[in-house]
Design a protein around this ligand. Structure first.
Ligand code: ADP
Length: 504
């Protein structure tokens, strides 16, 4: 009905800007491969490729009880994990909020808060009479061992030390860059006379990799698609050429590398950037950094959508959404949560709390789904229902779909790059496929994932897989097992504490 209309033109233009074809996926992956090699060969490179000093992965037979502290996203978590040695574990945890003031204030205040949270957890354990194995320091070991999951770029120099390279994901606490985060935490425990010793420093991606390996018996890549995005994989030490100068590292064997792929292609030479992305980047606290992450993760997708929606509301000469009306939620930077995009797509796909539409013609069914989206928009964007036409609901749905599809397809390039780099796949030219000579030929390839985006966003995994298939071919893609690394940061940290105990 509106063929050739301004609305149709602009939707087509959005579609062109946000769709990445296979050729573009290839280019991104090739650039990925060269930045991986670059990062492994030296320090201070765009993609940090951080050696973690964790050698090898668990197989599920490990046992013990450990305390873990997890900082890196929306919540702070303290947990006690017991590895039962049969690929299973038990876990008790408490979440604490991290306020904006803590994220952006003095770093000692932030770490005092971390120490207090651990203290509160231990006190709570003692007072509730939980049957705990770690919470009571005794004569033999006056300190409770704890592993810190710290999901920011840290240049590690040992399992239990590493300096913060930069903050990401909205953190900017002062006087932290360049400091050893284990020491910051230990000092806070010591200042407060809390008998806890931080024995290991773990990135959440490493946690995801280790915990998936523990529960499934094998894993080569751990990846996070939550507030931010990042991945860690099992590398041959001989390929981490920047470690050649390090006398403490034996030449052979394997080591987990934290890629920090959120900072992939900060130059954006390979990333198809739209004006909406540029606006987000310019107004972020780290313009020019975490380029890849800003296309992909939960912290940013809502903001990209907000930028697109506002441009449609403000379109001239005629508004193209909501009769030109906006709302407080839409007017506020970061006001639109990625979870809302998820909910809009759930309403369309009839997932979550939305049941399939009743009987009726396809048009009637479509209308029913659009009415649900109208409801979601009115509620979450705090717009008046009368300002949201069914056409508006349809436009917003398409915008969400474009942004999330781009994110999922780009996520596939990261997984493909690791498979190709570790010689488990070749970039596929759409010809005859052969995995002859490749590592793990014919075997299952384990990938552990975590984060709300990959867990809850409708079809995220399906689209990631389609992108992976286009890049490495169906034979390899069909052997990749992507599974949730549940409680990765807790269980992974416990496994790291275990490694630390064995190595000490
Ligand atoms: P973190 O990465 O901080 O450990 P999560 O994995 O829960 O935590 O990710 C939080 C991010 O995921 C937030 O940016 C939020 O907007 C987004 N998010 C929360 N719920 C959903 C959902 N249902 N679908 C998609 N994204 C979500």
């Amino acid at each position: 009905a509106f063929h050739g209309s301004a609305k149709e033109d602009i939707l087509e233009s959005l579609c062109n800007q946000f769709t990445i074809d296979d050729q573009c996926l290839f280019k991104i992956t090739q650039t990925f491969l060269s930045e991986i090699s670059d990062g492994l060969s030296g320090y201070g490179r765009p993609m940090a490729m951080i050696p973690t000093f964790v050698k090898g992965v668990p197989d599920g037979s490990e046992t013990g009880t450990f305390l873990a502290l997890d900082l890196g996203g929306t919540n702070l978590r303290v947990c006690e994990v017991t590895l039962l040695g049969d690929k299973t574990f038990s876990l008790r945890q408490q979440k604490y909020k991290v306020s904006e003031a803590l994220k952006t204030g003095e770093v000692t205040t932030l770490f005092d808060y971390l120490a207090d949270s651990v203290d509160a957890f231990l006190t709570d354990t003692a007072s509730q009479g939980h049957d705990s194995h770690v919470s009571h320091p005794d004569e033999d070991s006056p300190y409770v061992p704890l592993a810190l999951t710290f999901s920011f770029p840290v240049e590690q120099s040992a399992l239990d030390s590493g300096v913060l390279l930069t903050w990401t994901k909205g953190f900017s606490a002062k006087n932290a860059i360049g400091k050893d985060v284990v020491k910051l935490l230990q000092d806070a425990f010591d200042r407060k006379h809390i008998h806890v010793k931080c024995v290991a420093l773990v990135n959440d991606t490493v946690g995801a990799l280790l915990s998936r390996a523990y529960t499934s018996g094998g894993c080569i890549l751990g990846a996070i698609f939550g507030t931010g995005t990042n991945g860690a994989y099992v590398e041959e030490v001989s390929k981490i050429t920047k470690l050649r100068q390090n006398p403490t590292v034996a030449a052979g064997g394997e080591m987990i590398v934290n890629t920090e792929w959120g900072g992939f292609n900060n130059s954006r030479s390979a990333l198809p950037t739209t004006p909406y992305d540029n606006k987000l980047d310019r107004e972020s606290i780290n313009p020019g950094f975490q380029a890849f992450e800003k296309f992909i993760s939960g912290m940013y997708l809502g903001e990209i959508a907000r930028n697109v929606i506002l441009s449609l509301i403000d379109a001239a000469p005629k508004p193209l959404l909501f009769g030109g009306r906006s709302s407080a939620v839409l007017n506020k930077q970061w006001g639109l949560d990625t979870a809302v995009l998820s909910e809009i797509e759930e309403a369309w796909e009839c997932l979550g709390r939305f049941s399939p539409p009743g009987q009726g013609s396809p048009e009637a069914q479509k209308e029913e789904k659009l009415r649900r989206i109208q409801g979601v928009l009115a509620q979450r964007l705090e717009l008046s229902l009368t300002d949201i036409s069914l056409e508006d609901a349809d436009v917003v749905r398409q915008v969400c779909n474009l942004i999330a599809s781009r994110a999922a397809r780009m996520s596939g390039t990261a997984v493909a790059a690791i498979l190709v780099h570790t010689e488990r796949a070749r970039l596929w030219d759409h010809g005859e496929q052969s995995s002859a000579g490749l590592k793990d030929e014919g075997k299952r390839i384990g990938v552990g994932v975590d984060g709300s985006l990959v867990e809850f966003y409708p079809n995220f995994q399906t689209k990631l897989r389609a992108s992976l298939r286009a890049l490495v071919g169906p034979e390899v893609e069909s052997r990749v097992d992507i599974g949730m690394a549940k409680d990765g940061s807790g269980v992974g940290a416990a496994l790291c504490a275990l490694v630390a105990q064995r190595q000490s």
